[in-house]
Write a protein that binds this ligand. Structure first.
Ligand code: GLY
Length: 361
């Protein structure tokens, strides 16, 4: 019980990510705040009510805004409804938004905060593993449009992130497993200790209350915090720029789009990492043992490592349109070794196809 670790993210201004169990009461609200809007989904109603009670007891006026679950909520109608509610409650620049839910909800609520009066403060309380280790830290907020996912958004940092691991209880098994894809990613791109923990204690990494979960979550958040502190707006092309967080994501985004978003993000990222590893091998950059290590570790936590689809050219076309590609370049984050990310631009069709054949069988 209590705080496991506090990570300070270097930003302007710095903010704290508090990781622990039963720590919702660590929420810090400035006395200058008058009103607080809690944006949440029905999945996490119990948690939202608890936070609402806490904040009311602290003497603030609370507006509860329930939004639909998952990615479908990240749209212009839902955001318009949130703006209307803030308007009706006369939210001022010194008021606060609290986001409670998975990555989609914290993205949406963060964007509400980023846009209301050109930016008000928000606190993020992620309740899914994916939200904890990825979406809640780093300040990317946004919504989806008819043209694609996350195409409208803003960089807007939270003022505090509360990672209460007890909230993982609200998660179904599959959602927990898919969240592990981003944890494994952090292991491959930056922190090999994560990989050792999964290899040595796979059973403890498969359940939300496993003894290794606090350390895995903390290490993953540290990787994210270190990365975004160096390159907040993803403009650096250095080997450690924010783009490395997209390891496995180029093929993953194509799979998600091709499957009309019925595949979970983490499942797609898992296959995408195997593909990126195979690409690096085919291009002579990565040892075959490390490619095998990807498959072994991802299998250990129950993630998929292959994707059967008969039209690779279609996937290449989608990948070339990915917003993470720069201009017309087909661009991948690859590894040259564990924790040694690099870029691979415009690989030949031979290299792409060799990797694809090994991922699609
Ligand atoms: N999810 C990738 C990033 O935050 O940059």
């Amino acid at each position: 019980m209590g705080i496991h670790k506090t990570i300070t993210v270097n930003a302007q201004p710095n903010y704290e990510v508090i990781i622990g169990n039963d720590i919702l009461d660590t929420i810090k609200i400035n006395e200058t705040v008058n009103q607080v809007a809690i944006i949440y989904t029905s999945h996490v109603e119990k948690i939202a009510k608890k936070v609402s009670k806490l904040i009311t007891k602290m003497g603030f006026v609370v507006t509860e805004i329930k939004v639909p679950n998952s990615e479908i909520a990240k749209n212009i109608d839902v955001i318009g409804n949130c703006w209307n509610k803030l308007g009706k409650s006369k939210f001022t620049r010194s008021d606060l938004v609290v986001a409670i839910g998975g990555g989609a909800t914290t993205d949406l609520a963060g964007f509400v905060a980023a846009t209301w009066l050109r930016g008000i403060d928000f606190i993020s309380i992620p309740t899914t593993l994916l939200g904890m280790v990825d979406a809640a830290v780093g300040g990317k907020t946004g919504i989806n449009t008819a043209s694609g996912k996350n195409l409208v958004g803003a960089f807007h940092n939270p003022i505090q992130v509360i990672v209460d691991l007890d909230n993982l209880k609200s998660l179904n098994k599959h959602d927990f497993t898919t969240g592990m894809a981003e944890v494994v990613k952090c292991g491959f791109i930056a922190d090999e200790r994560i990989l050792h923990i999964i290899e040595n204690y796979p059973q403890e990494c498969k359940k939300y209350d496993g003894v290794e979960i606090p350390e895995l979550v903390t290490r993953s958040i540290q990787v994210k915090a270190d990365t975004v502190a160096k390159d907040f707006k993803e403009t650096s092309s250095s080997k450690t720029g924010r783009e490395i967080l997209n390891y496995g994501h180029t093929l993953a985004h194509a799979i998600e789009k091709n499957e009309k978003y019925k595949w979970r993000h983490g499942d797609a990222v898992s296959v995408g990492m195997v593909f990126a590893a195979e690409l690096a091998l085919a291009d002579g950059k990565l040892a075959p043992e490390i490619v095998q290590r990807h498959r072994d570790i991802l299998k250990l936590v129950g993630l998929p490592i292959s994707y059967k689809f008969g039209n690779f050219k279609k996937l290449i076309e989608i990948m070339a349109l990915d917003k993470k590609s720069r201009g017309a370049t087909l661009r991948f984050v690859i590894l040259e070794d564990i924790a040694q990310p690099a870029r691979l631009e415009n690989p030949s069709f031979k290299v792409l196809n060799q990797a694809w054949e090994r991922v699609s069988k």
